[in-house]
Design a protein. Structure first.
Length: 154
């Protein structure tokens, strides 16, 4: 006689397989349904977030322009009211232009860039703002000369 009976073995194996059938995971249909719901929700939320990011970049660029105006004003205080020329540009705020005895800078820590990573433009005399100079960014479309340009005239 065997130490174990084959009938006990088969009965035990059948019980185990029945239990295994009872435990189940998610069906493919359930997973696809959850995925579809998540995609619909993302489709509703992402456009709103992207619009907010654009507005945040515009606001950050305007704040940077205010900082540039202050740096140019400090330069003008040291230069008896004169702002940098267009040829000197914003680099006059970073490095001493030539043999300028009145320069007490640097007036900025680093070359300024807008929220999209592009350098600001400087123009003296001003053509758009009520200030003596224009400081501006090309804005979200990265093209100068259209309505989305951001400058000290806003």
């Amino acid at each position: 006689m065997l130490p174990f009976s084959l009938t006990n073995y088969f009965c035990h194996a059948r019980r185990f397989s029945i239990r295994k059938e009872r435990t189940r995971g998610f069906t493919l249909m359930e997973l696809l349904l959850v995925l579809a719901i998540l995609l619909v929700m993302a489709g509703l939320v992402l456009p709103k977030l992207m619009g907010r990011q654009k507005n945040a970049n515009i606001d950050a660029t305007r704040i940077s322009i205010e900082g540039l105006k202050q740096a140019i004003e400090m330069y003008a205080v040291d230069h008896d009211g004169e702002t940098p020329s267009s040829s000197e540009g914003l680099s006059a705020l970073l490095q001493k232009p030539g043999n300028d005895p009145k320069w007490r800078g640097p007036y900025l820590d680093r070359a300024p860039k807008d929220a999209w990573g592009h350098e600001f433009q400087y123009r003296y005399p001003a053509t758009k703002s009520t200030w003596e100079f224009d400081v501006f960014s090309s804005g979200p479309d990265h093209l100068f000369g259209n309505e989305d340009d951001i400058g000290n005239w806003d």
